[in-house]
Design a protein around this ligand. Structure first.
Ligand code: EPU
Length: 454
């Protein structure tokens, strides 16, 4: 398993401010954090504004680098983005949408995965689109074949170029019958954002049904779209000629909420996650409880802490309503302190255990099986790319110098350093600004003992 290349702690390489932390662990995290709108909804709802004739207002937009990338890419296409009438709200006005210069688009290459979702909306608005090379966490191959196959079914002409993808729709976009090979979140969003203004009806089978997708459907319905959700992962979309702007408050970030819950578990602390809601976290809460966690669902958030000894669990990551792949990394840090053997099967991405190497360096007993475990019947059918991690605990964690590999893995490294005895140096922490708003402020508010080295 390869760990993506990252900048090591090295005086010759200038690091962005807040990228290297000296963390003194062994102190429980206690207090309150506020979780705002989900990264994985807000960025897509921002793209949806391109489809409207009038301005949209998005509320609870998190201050994250992915949001900044999408905002900038919208702006180079002529969308005017201004602050709204309350903190964290944005008004996005698409009335002057125009083709952007290649250089302006290319400046966003490698920065995020969201630009792939500009395809349908730009084809509807301009009849053509150029999408720069994609970025995002290196947690597997992350192909876009489902996206491109779906776009071709709508009638788009897709041309792969050395620095991106050029698309056109010489005969307009028409509704299509699409069966996804896997319920991909991104491909489902691609279909939704394209079908709402395509001519005729689109039937999407094997769709992803994550709460963030349901929230995107709510956004599109506010804009005038006609979308129905049928049993068995089927979504029907009747194309309409025009859409208007929306006013919408983004669904809360369940990935961030789960991360802080695991931080409470791993450091034996107590964290109130304001803004967290139960319905979207049912699966997480079950596993949290089985692992020895205690929670109290309150009107404005959820309180998380340990209840006695941590216990081992067996978890399979899966598409919704299963246990999300983005939750396993912080959970594994807590499981290093559980008495016995836990198993985490990763079924969504093929390279999402690289972060465990740093935990092993800190004293954890984790064995990764790159081709999965052949161990008896499973709820989730085995996928080719599957891997498993076996965590045996409890093992005391000790300080180490570590370099974070990606967003969720990086979060787990910070939590491990906070749970470990001694002072760790954790570098590359700036990547966390992709998914954790005001991360260092929140750590301070929870009583974490750390310095920003640079
Ligand atoms: N896949 C393909 N071909 C495609 C698209 C996907 O083979 O064309 C495969 C992927 O390689 C992967 C699986 O399908 O094995 C699932 O990928 P999916 O498309 O569902 O993921 P995504 O849309 O790229 C979003 C989130 C991820 C989250 C996954 C799964 C965003 C921006 N990203 O990714 O979030 O892990 O869904 O829920 O919404 C994160 O927030 O850190 C993050 C990685």
């Amino acid at each position: 398993m390869t760990t993506p290349p990252r900048v090591a702690v090295d005086d010759r390489v200038p690091a962005p401010a807040g990228s290297v932390l000296a963390i003194r662990g062994g102190r429980p995290l206690r207090g309150r954090v506020d979780v705002k709108g989900a990264k994985n909804l807000a960025t897509k709802a921002m793209v949806a504004t391109l489809l409207g004739e009038t301005a949209s207002t998005l509320r609870d937009v998190p201050d994250l680098s992915d949001v900044a990338v999408v905002r900038s890419l919208l702006e180079v296409h002529g969308v005017t983005v201004t602050e709204g009438d309350e903190p964290g709200s944005l008004v996005l006005d698409p009335s002057e949408v125009e083709s952007a210069h290649y250089e302006e688009i290319d400046a966003h290459a490698g920065a995020s995965r969201i630009p792939i979702l500009f395809c349908g909306p730009l084809l509807h608005r301009l009849g053509q689109a150029f999408i720069p090379d994609l970025g995002g966490c290196r947690i597997g191959d992350r192909p876009i074949d489902f996206h491109l196959d779906a776009l071709r079914k709508f009638g788009a002409v897709v041309e792969k170029q050395p620095s991106g993808i050029r698309l056109s729709a010489p005969n307009g976009l028409k509704g299509a019958n699409i069966h996804l090979p896997y319920p991909s979140v991104g491909a489902t969003e691609q279909v939704l954002l394209t079908a709402v203004r395509a001519q005729g009806v689109t039937e999407l089978r094997n769709a992803a049904i994550e709460p963030e997708i349901m929230d995107l459907i709510a956004v599109l319905q506010k804009m005038g779209a006609i979308i129905s959700y049928e049993p068995n992962r089927v979504i029907l979309i009747e194309g309409v000629e025009t859409l208007r702007g929306y006013d919408h408050r983004a669904i809360f970030d369940r990935n961030e909420a789960a991360s802080w819950a695991c931080a409470a578990l791993a450091t034996d602390g107590e964290i109130f996650v304001a803004g967290a809601k139960q319905q979207e976290m049912l699966t997480f809460l079950n596993v949290f409880r089985k692992a020895g966690g205690w929670f109290d669902v309150q009107e404005d958030g959820i309180l998380f802490r340990r209840e006695g000894e941590l216990k081992p669990v067996i978890v399979e990551t899966d598409v919704h309503p299963g246990f999300m792949t983005d939750w396993q990394q912080p959970l594994i840090v807590a499981l290093t302190q559980a008495k016995g053997r836990s198993i985490v099967h990763e079924t969504v991405y093929e390279n999402r255990f690289g972060f465990t190497q740093a935990l092993v360096k800190m004293g954890a007993d984790i064995e990764v099986y790159p081709h999965g475990l052949q161990d008896g019947p499973r709820r989730v059918p085995r996928r080719e790319l599957e891997q498993a991690a076996v965590i045996t605990g409890p093992t005391p964690l000790h300080a180490a110098d570590i370099v974070v590999p990606d967003l969720r893995g990086g979060y787990s490294h910070v939590i491990a350093a906070l749970a470990a005895e001694g002072e760790s140096q954790v570098s590359g922490v700036d990547i966390l600004s992709r998914g954790y708003e005001k991360f260092l402020d929140k750590l301070s508010a929870l009583g974490a003992d750390f310095d920003v080295v640079r």
